[in-house]
Design a protein around this ligand. Structure first.
Ligand code: NAD
Length: 336
């Protein structure tokens, strides 16, 4: 094999600068719920770093922000170790990249038919809910993916999170979902804060994250929060379906709130139709979305595809162009 390309000094410096900038913005976003730059600007920094690490593999390192999920838990909260890690998602930014992802999946599963589930990507805060003997036992933030913050008392105040599952058997379940703030209520909350001279939330996502990560559950209770559940982590005590789609139906039967717009797709063209269908319409929904998540439907195929350090190979997030409207030009300057 050819020796890896030598790394020019300015590339090394740029990578270093990008890593420090991204770490800084991760802290602002995940720990303080107070971002300083837009997601599009952040994504541009991350993409640039990913591209440089791909071009110069000797620069890759396990502690690079490209290899890690989220941020460290706040010390004020107790911690919860996730029974299965809560990972991030890889992104694609065009239909062309999505087609390349699909081609890769098919290469890894030669001769098999592949179905997908397409879901709106809700822009909120990822949480894990644990049920034991059918009762809500614990809830946590994603944190760094391995350990999250214990926010059980706060999650208990969200009315669409059932305290007991609708099951006759003593089910043990870990489920992942996204807690979000209703857009119209977000505007009202900010108006109220303005009147009281309190700092405004940057967007519904930060308002949701700030509301859930409160030390006083009464504050959480006063905020208009809701949840969509999108993934089974572990499930014991009842028959577990062998496809993601059927698992979503089961979650609903158990009393958990799932997004009614999810769709099972037999082909990539159908997925692309779904992406196009929601491109404009999603703005009319009363929650924020920043893309479409596409998941391989069959669990046995998911298992064979497996994971990278940071994300599953069997899922991808397609990001709509509006989310990256701000060009890389502005992101070139990183002053951290
Ligand atoms: P991500 O948001 O790209 O994707 C992973 C997350 O998608 C999951 O954790 C889950 O919470 C969520 N999700 C929503 N709907 C889902 C569904 N139906 N199925 C599965 N997952 C679903 O990844 P990330 O690691 O959370 O962080 C990246 C995001 O955070 C980017 O959008 C980035 O712009 C933003 N960010 C911004 C700043 C900033 O300073 N502005 C800093 C850090 C991160």
């Amino acid at each position: 094999p050819a020796a890896p390309a030598a790394v020019p000094e300015e590339v090394r410096r740029r990578v270093d600068q990008l890593r420090r900038a991204i770490e800084h913005h991760n802290y602002r976003y995940y720990v303080l719920d107070a971002p300083e730059i837009s997601d599009a600007e952040y994504d541009a920094l991350m993409r640039e770093l990913v591209e440089l690490e791909q071009r110069y593999p000797t620069l890759q390192s396990p502690d690079s922000p490209t290899q890690r999920v989220g941020g460290a838990p706040l010390p004020e909260f107790g911690t919860v170790r996730h029974r299965t890690p809560m990972l991030s998602l890889d992104n694609v930014y065009s239909l062309e990249e999505l087609r390349a992802w699909d081609a890769r999946i098919r290469r890894l599963l030669p001769g098999e038919s592949v179905q997908y589930v397409a879901e709106l990507k809700i822009d909120g805060l990822a949480v894990s809910l644990e049920y034991e003997q059918g009762r809500f036992a614990r809830g946590a933030t994603r944190g760094d993916g391995v350990t999250g913050e214990d926010i059980t008392q706060n999650l208990r105040t969200i009315k669409s999170i059932p305290l007991r599952l609708r099951a006759s058997a003593p089910v043990r379940l870990d489920v992942r979902g996204e807690v979000y703030m209703i857009k119209s209520e977000f505007a009202r909350l900010n108006e109220e804060r303005e009147r009281r001279g309190e700092p405004l939330f940057a967007n519904p996502r930060n308002a949701a994250a700030g509301s859930v990560r409160q030390l006083d559950p009464r504050v959480t209770a006063s905020r208009p929060l809701n949840i969509f559940c999108y993934q089974v982590g572990t499930l014991e005590g009842i028959d577990v379906p062998s496809t993601h789609w059927e698992r979503l139906q089961l979650l609903k039967e158990l009393g958990l709130r799932t997004n009614p717009n999810n769709r099972r797709c037999d082909s990539l063209d159908e997925v692309i139709g779904f992406i196009e269908h929601w491109a404009e319409r999603r703005h009319q929904l009363d929650y924020e979305t920043d893309g479409i998540v596409i998941k391989v439907d069959r669990i046995d195929q998911q298992e064979r595809l497996g994971f990278t350090a940071k994300s599953p190979r069997w899922a991808i997030a397609y990001k709509y162009p509006a989310e990256r409207a701000i060009t890389r030009v502005r992101a070139i300057e990183v002053n951290v």
